[in-house]
Design a protein around this ligand. Structure first.
Ligand SMILES: *Cc1c(COP(=O)(O)O)cnc(C)c1O
Length: 376
């Protein structure tokens, strides 16, 4: 069988007229019917419902996560909302205490009038989830590694627990990416991605996706598809084209992200100005054993550090960096640091001296040297 790395590069839209090797960008919003006026089978009708560039992307994402199908959205948030919306009012949801800030805002703010209740728990301990389950619990939303403290939740254990209680599980796999973790392999029902991050990889495309596991309830699948095609929060053909191109270098980029991150994590661990390092690849990481069990090919490209001293000192280090840029977001080829406390605002639970580091694919010596000078 052909390796996924090869398939992702070669899968494309054929273009017999031009003989182009690279898939064409098809901007058309509408597509021809046949001579009888019927819609042509397996062809698109109208771009909100489907179009060639998006279908190609959805097929590739399903392959990457080993899922049955993928649905793409205009952002990660739009993908998450699709699921929360479809789960419906009067549901109880369990979310991680260290969840991506924006996801919590969806439930707290946008769905405040929907009678959706939620429990916030530390998911690195299964017992916390078990205790939070109520008769109304419809969904356990997981994020591993979490943001920004890189806690690891045991996907297999959570999935077994959820199945025994007939509760749906979804995992935000934006940080781990299928290169390091494939949640569906551990029995998780749905994977969510902000493709804005590693899958896009160049900090120039917003996007999101939901990918379905094998035994997902068909009614839910259909409802999510309806939400996508009727709701219309979909990416443009151009964004899909760009993202398809990004995926060709996905495996190469991820390998380098992980190599660089590992070296940088060791450097931080041995640096006397650093108080704490959060990286699941370190033996000292609280959930290292679970990380070893469910992560492959390394431990990702994200690190968080707490720098000795106060908030001002932490921000000063961020501003002294030259190769690392101080900006939010992550997963691009360029290295970034982000002071989560100021990015998230007053409700942030991030420590004041924490910097989140998105390790890029630059030369590692330049990255190490940059932090050396900024910390000195
Ligand atoms: C960025 C991010 C999101 C939100 O995605 P957008 O594309 O910005 O809408 C969700 N979860 C995680 C873990 C993220 O990093």
């Amino acid at each position: 069988m052909q390796s996924i790395e090869t398939t992702i590069i070669h899968k494309g839209i054929s273009n017999q007229d031009s003989g182009a090797v690279v898939s064409p960008l098809i901007q058309s919003t509408t597509f021809l019917r046949d001579e009888n006026g019927s819609f042509v089978k397996e062809r698109d009708i109208y771009s909100r419902a489907s179009n060639p560039n998006r279908r190609l992307l959805e097929e590739k994402l399903a392959i990457l996560e080993n899922g049955t199908e993928a649905l793409c959205f205009s952002s990660g948030q739009a993908a998450s909302i699709a699921l929360f919306h479809t789960i419906g009012s009067s549901s109880h949801i369990i979310i991680p205490d260290d969840i991506y800030y924006g996801t919590r805002l969806i439930i707290e703010k946008l769905y405040a009038n929907w009678n959706i209740t939620f429990s916030i728990v530390d998911m690195s301990n299964l017992r916390n989830i078990e205790e939070a389950i109520t008769l109304d619990t419809k969904l356990i939303w997981i994020e591993t590694p979490s943001n920004p403290k890189l806690k690891i939740a045991d996907l297999q254990e959570i999935s077994i627990l959820a199945k025994s209680k007939n509760i749906l599980t979804a995992c935000d796999n934006t940080w781990a990416t299928p290169y390091f973790t494939q949640p569906l392999e551990f029995g998780i029902d749905i994977v969510m991605h902000s493709t804005t991050k590693y899958l896009g990889g160049h900090s120039d495309i917003l996007g999101g996706a939901l990918i379905f596991g094998k035994n997902l309830d068909e009614n839910l699948t259909l409802a999510l598809k309806d939400y996508q095609s009727i709701g219309g929060g979909v990416p443009s053909p151009n964004d899909c084209w760009l993202l398809n191109r990004s995926l060709s270098t996905f495996f190469l980029r991820m390998q380098r992200h992980a190599e660089n991150a590992k070296k940088l994590a060791f450097f931080f661990q041995n640096h006397d100005k650093i108080e704490k390092v959060y990286y699941p690849g370190l033996k000292e990481h609280e959930n290292h054993e679970i990380a070893k069990k469910q992560m492959k090919n390394g431990f990702g490209g994200m690190i968080s550090i707490e720098i000795k001293g106060d908030e001002d000192n932490c921000l000063r280090v961020a501003s002294k960096l030259r190769v690392f840029k101080h900006a939010t977001s992550l997963g691009g080829v360029e290295s970034l640091v982000d002071h989560r406390r100021t990015a998230e605002g007053i409700h942030s639970v991030s420590p004041v001296n924490l910097l989140r580091v998105s390790v890029g694919i630059e030369d590692i010596d330049d990255l190490l040297e940059d932090f050396s000078q900024a910390l000195s």
